[in-house]
Design a protein around this ligand. Structure first.
Ligand SMILES: Nc1ncnc2c1ncn2[C@@H]1O[C@H](COP(=O)(O)OP(=O)(O)O)[C@@H](O)[C@H]1O
Ligand SMILES: [Mg+2]
Length: 332
């Protein structure tokens, strides 16, 4: 199975006066699971549509396997796009939906049948192939949409928040399945989401999209541990990274779990007032306020009283420049 390399070279796109994508460059390796992570409205769908050829960039190039496809229409790019809305044909069976793109290609009936069953098995929907799509679950519908993409044997899969219509539990299992499918296919996937849990569980590499280009491209773990900017520290993580002044010129950035609660009065510890508490499983997150008014989130093994004073020491931190600025960047 051959897989495909995708390159974007200084891509820009505006809608009216709004500059959505700004000189964005990217290289996705062949066989890589690349996740574009960013809040809603940052231009994720616009970017994916330019990869697909549904939207034309104002400037810049889209390259697939070294070939410039910027001016090629979607059907000449050998890509498959799966959207949030599955866009299945409601009056057809599962099989009817999956084989639809093949029927357009005039492939033999036997060959079509073989491909449909192969894709349905891969996606574990082979038991429902003859059911109407109106009679299957949301998770199964999402798989039908993916199966319909797979049978076309595309070299590049572009997925735009395909799991966001599923309930939390189905989404959890769908993530695992999607990762398995990508591994088995060995194909290049570009997957767009605002959900960092999806990025964490699916991606080989994550690109954090902010203000029209990638602010950081790295593994999820690296982005979590060493967010390149204060903005990313704030956006990535169940709770925002804490920032407190180190000296006049820099700030310490630390995750809740990088600090420990210590006895009040401990030398060198910082004290804070507990304002609210959230229990997650068997740990407690304490939302605290420092004397200077800054908010910090800490993690504790037991609950504390709201309004009580606690003390903590910081075990590990990153250093950021430009205190209190959204543009602050990682120094060390
Ligand atoms: N066809 C369009 N015409 C005008 N503005 C658009 C169009 N498509 C997207 N936009 C705007 O571009 C920005 C990015 O949109 P989009 O790519 O859908 O973001 P995301 O997928 O990250 O939520 C938004 O401000 C959106 O309103
Ligand atoms: Mg979108």
């Amino acid at each position: 199975m051959t897989s495909t390399k995708l390159e974007l070279v200084s891509l820009s796109k505006s809608y009216g006066k709004k500059n959505v994508i700004n000189k964005l460059s990217l290289e996705v390796k062949a066989g890589e699971f690349f996740v574009v992570l960013g809040p809603s409205g940052e231009g994720k769908s616009t970017l994916l549509k330019m990869m697909a050829g549904i939207e034309a960039p104002d400037s810049g190039r889209v390259m697939i396997d070294g070939q410039d496809v910027t001016d090629l229409p979607p059907n000449k790019r050998n890509i498959a796009m799966v959207f949030q809305s599955y866009a299945l044909y409601p009056n057809m069976t599962v099989r009817g939906n999956i084989e639809f793109p093949l029927k357009m290609r005039h492939i033999s009936k036997n060959e079509i049948n073989r491909k449909v069953i192969e894709a349905a098995k891969l996606l574990k929907i082979d038991e429902v192939v003859d059911k109407p799509v109106t009679k299957i679950s949301g998770g199964q519908k999402q798989r039908v949409a993916l199966a319909r993409a797979i049978v076309r044997n595309p070299s590049l899969f572009l997925l735009d928040e395909p799991l966001s219509n599923l309930d939390a539990r189905t989404r959890f299992s769908a993530r695992g399945e999607l990762k398995r499918i990508q591994r088995e296919l060995g194909q290049t996937f570009v997957f767009v989401t605002h959900d960092q849990k999806e990025a964490a569980s699916l991606a080989d590499t994550v690109g954090v999209l902010h203000q029209g280009s990638f602010e950081q491209i790295a593994s999820f773990q690296e982005i979590y541990d060493s967010p390149k900017t204060r903005w990313i520290g704030d956006f990535v993580g169940d709770f925002p990274m804490n920032f407190i002044p180190a000296d006049g010129h820099s700030e310490m950035g630390f995750r809740p779990e990088w600090a420990s609660l210590v006895e009040n009065g401990t030398k060198g510890a910082t004290s804070a007032t507990v304002e609210s508490i959230e229990r997650v499983g068997d740990v407690y997150y304490l939302f605290c306020r420092l004397q200077n008014g800054l908010a910090v989130t800490l993690k504790g093994a037991d609950g504390r009283e709201i309004g009580s004073t606690i003390s903590f020491s910081i075990d590990r931190y990153n250093t950021y420049d430009k205190p209190a600025s959204k543009d602050a960047t990682l120094v060390s």
